[in-house]
Structure formats: structure tokens, C-alpha cells
Ligand binder design. Structure first.
Ligand code: NAP
Length: 272
């Protein structure tokens, strides 16, 4: 057994992803949505071993709160500052991990195998929870310069201070100019998501060779990705990140490293 704890949680695509792999690998298990309120997280996590769970994913609002509950946090999750996967150890203790950064990098490499983080400056818009995983993974991949802009400048400054070079914070008003000479642009804000206005960003200064990545996958093509595609940039949405972060979690719980196939992608796309 495994599952995803969140509040709300029923919108999560994770059960479909993991149950697809369980069936594919002929494993007698199941992955369930677990609607857990913030004040029930400790009891819910501690119950996992008794309930026969191998572990669970965590989503909003539990990713940070779990730090104080699990028995061990791996170094990468500690740097990212969030836990998105809990693994029950043989003795019933709980390991906290974070596979969002892995998922992000793998999704880019799947779409663009020749991609390199050190190909040139990377502009990252947004400094929330998702941005932390993106910044840590891009830096670990060898990014030389990451220009971070956020609507609330203090959050970008604080991340630049915490992570140090290659991350440097720029003013929100400078976000359009920050695209000059960039090899890559990443939107980690919620702007462009279904029900939200488009990200307020002018792409005029972005080189035509740049890769444009949006963490959003609902809709599959945000106004940012559409504008980028129309001016000739390569684009990638956030669905690959969601699919790829699930792989090492499945491996940790069930012992098989599954693949992101065209069939799985189609199954999930059909729900969007
Ligand atoms: P979060 O921690 O709440 O951060 C939200 C970010 O959006 C902040 O930087 C915030 O800026 C910015 N923002 C919000 N409203 C804005 C506006 N009107 N103008 C400019 N910036 C605005 O959220 P999160 O967890 O990082 O998630 C961010 C996005 O990533 C969401 O769309 C989420 O769906 C997506 N995501 C995708 C995956 C995946 O697997 N593909 C995984 C995680 C997240 P301020 O600091 O100024 O508020």
C-alpha cells in the first residue's frame, strides 16, 4: 500500500500514475488518496506502518510540516526544505525524501536529451515551494547563473542568500530584462494555471534558442508556453515533472523503477 496525503487531495493524479505502474508490473498493491487535515498529519504518518503502508507522497499543505514528524530527512530534502515522499523503513521508522528536483531534471532530459544546465543563464520566475526544488536541482546540474525574480522581492533575496551562487535575485520590475541572453526560462509561479491570469512577462528579450519551461500542467499549454512556441522557442510543461518524481518513490516502496511511457502520459493527459 501507498498513497498521497493532502488537503484537498482528490484532484491528485498520483493515484492514477502509481496504480498504472502497479498493474503494469503485476504487483498486488494499491495507491490511495488520503484526505488528511494539517492537525492530523502526525497521527496519519505514524499509523502508516501499522496499516501496512510502504510509504506515501505528501502534497499541500504537508510538505514542510512533515520535517518535524519523520525520523530521518535525507540531505537533498533538507536543502529543498520540503518532503514529498515518506518511506517506511523495515523497523517502522519514517524516512523523508524529496523527488521533485529529480522529476524536474528528468522531465527536461526526456524531452531534450542534449539539454545542459550550464548552457547559459537561466531565468527563474517565482520563489515559492516549487522554485526551491527547481533551484537546488538546476544548481546541482551545474547551472552557472540563475536569475531569480519574484513578485515579493524579499522571498527571492532570501533564497539567493540561502542557496548562494549561482542564484542571484533581481527586482520584479527587471524580470523582462532578465531574459536577455538566457538559455532557459522557468515559470514556477501559479500564474497561467487554469483559473489564474497569465504570467505578466514580455518575451521580447528572450533568445529564440532558449528553452521555456512551465511547471504548470493544467492547462497543458499556458499562455506563457503558447507565446514562447509561437515565437519559435522550445517549450515544456510540468506534466513530465509530476510523472518523473513518481518513479523513485515507486521504486522505494515497491522495488521496481518504473518508466514514463507514452501510454502513461496519455492516460494522465486524458484527465486534464
Ligand atoms: P507557492 O509556494 O504558493 O508559490 C507561488 C509562487 O507564485 C510565488 O513565487 C508567488 O509569488 C507567485 N505568485 C502568486 N501569484 C502571483 C502573481 N499574481 N504574480 C506574480 N507571481 C505570483 O506555490 P508552489 O507550490 O511553489 O507552486 C507553484 C506552481 O508550481 C503551481 O502552479 C503548481 O501547480 C506548480 N507545481 C508543479 C509541480 C509539478 O510536478 N509539475 C510540482 C509543484 C508545483 P509571491 O512570493 O510574491 O507570493
Amino acid at each position: 500500500m501507498a498513497g498521497v496525503m493532502g488537503w484537498p487531495v482528490m484532484h491528485s493524479r498520483s493515484p492514477r500514475i502509481h496504480n498504472y505502474w502497479l498493474a503494469k508490473h503485476d504487483l498486488a498493491g494499491t495507491y490511495v488518496p488520503l484526505a488528511i487535515k494539517a492537525d492530523e498529519l502526525r497521527a496519519a504518518l505514524r499509523a502508516l506502518p501499522s496499516l501496512g503502508f510502504s510509504g506515501c507522497n505528501l502534497t499541500i499543505p504537508h510538505k514542510e510540516a512533515a520535517f518535524e514528524i519523520v525520523d530521518r530527512v535525507d540531505p537533498l530534502a533538507r536543502r529543498i526544505g520540503a518532503i514529498n515522499c515518506v518511506v517506511v523503513a523495515p523497523d517502522g521508522s519514517l524516512d523523508g525524501r524529496n523527488y521533485d528536483g529529480f522529476g524536474y531534471i528528468q522531465s527536461i532530459l526526456e524531452a531534450w536529451p542534449a539539454w545542459r544546465a550550464d548552457a547559459g543563464p537561466i531565468a527563474v520566475i517565482g520563489a515559492g515551494g516549487a522554485a526551491r526544488a527547481v533551484l537546488v536541482s538546476l544548481a546541482d546540474q551545474g547551472a552557472q547563473e540563475i536569475r531569480l525574480v519574484n513578485r515579493t522581492p524579499a522571498r527571492a533575496l532570501s533564497l539567493a542568500q540561502e542557496f548562494g551562487p549561482p542564484v542571484k535575485a533581481l527586482a520584479w520590475d527587471d524580470r523582462h530584462a532578465a531574459l536577455e541572453g538566457a538559455a532557459m526560462l522557468v515559470n514556477t509561479t501559479s500564474q497561467g494555471m487554469a483559473g489564474q491570469p497569465a504570467l505578466d512577462l514580455t518575451l521580447d528579450k528572450l533568445p529564440g534558442s532558449a528553452l521555456v519551461s512551465d511547471l504548470i500542467y493544467i492547462p497543458q499549454e499556458t499562455p506563457l508556453l503558447s507565446a514562447a512556441r509561437l515565437r519559435g522557442n522550445r517549450t515544456i510543461n510540468g506534466l513530465g515533472m509530476l510523472l518523473h518524481q513518481a518513479r523513485p518513490a515507486f521504486h522505494a516502496w515497491f522495488g521496481v523503477m518504473p518508466e514514463v511511457t507514452a501510454e502513461l502520459r496519455a492516460v494522465i493527459e486524458a484527465t486534464i
